[in-house]
Ligand binder design. Sequence first.
Ligand code: AMP
Length: 397
Amino acid sequence: MNSLKDIEITGKTVFIRCDFNVPKDEDGNITDDRRIRGALQSIRYCLDRDCKVILASHYERPEPGIYEEKFSLAAVVTRLHTLLKLASDINLAKDVVGLDAKAKAAALKVGEVLVLENLRYEAGETKNDMAFAKELASMVDIYVNDAFGACHRAHASIDAMARLFAPEHKAAGFLLSKEVNFFDKTLSNPIRPFVAVVGGSKVSGKLEALRQLLDKVDKVIIGGGMAFTFLKAKGYEIGNSLVEDDLLDEARTVMIKARKKGVKFYLPVDVIVAPEFSDSVPSKYVTSQEIPEGWMGLDIGPASTRLFRTVLSDAQTIIWNGPMGVYEMDKYAKGSLKMSHNIADSNGTTIVGGGDTADVALRAGDVEEMTFVSTGGGASLNLLEGKTLPGIEALKA
Ligand code: AMP
């Protein structure tokens, strides 16, 4: 796979597939612009080489063909302009491959940036439609993929479009290269002890990653909703906590494999329980062996936090994916926030998988303390599962 530095781009029109799918609050303000910041290096590199730059991204999930304002990339363009500190305006096309986009692309001058509207306004994007990919490709000379967070999906701007370019005319952007190299390097040659901290709602979503990690790590810490399937598999009463009964055998198999491989496997020893999935009901903390009937575990308790801190104390490499509890409700956020602090305090290499976990690290004020916070949730999980990403395959094709 070529990196941007490996190909000749001077004076060319360059398409950069970015991941501008950033979170916003209820008023439409961008709450975390790391994904936009992440794209700056590739954009600046192209502008410094007298390129005309066309940027494209999806944003959430609009109904194709319906141009609703809330799905527009307008707010992203404003933030991008501030961050790039360009003298000229950044143009936002009114469409993706329509008359406006084509006219604005044709009028683009050296050193200017054009952003196409939300790729998912076009039905062809998620269908990996070749005709749509050809329309996109017709506007540019060079294809760059810098959208790590979207690389696990074989969509038109990620897969079909990349395949239309010869190897010398396509490359991975700096963010994509950095993300992939980081996971690659860490997983293939970790400094030990290597600890995986895995949480989140379901075992099913992380089972394959867990299986793969057991071959590589020295210790596993499990938290979040998925811990209850493991606790139940060990014979504990878990009340009304989240559980995947069809995975109890799988959970046992994972724990047996851990034991056989000498991987230390840690589950929460206490939990915060409540009678309902709500933050306006009384809650209490109990040991994992004493979850009352009818109550559900919504966060790890203080003893688990202390135990996990000890487990992490000698770690040289930590990979963290998934919150320890329902961190969206303040009452059940403590376990996740403290886990974030404990990981951030480590002197080893710390890697935070994207999505919710990055959000926890951000809320905890720990992002700067982590070695690497990935911009892609699904994509980073796929790398942990040992899978190749469609976006990377298309760049190599
Ligand atoms: P995931 O997308 O699998 O990483 O899961 C993240 C979600 O797991 C977050 O929205 C959390 O609220 C949720 N979660 C974490 N712990 C629990 C729990 N004990 N019960 C229910 N949901 C949980």
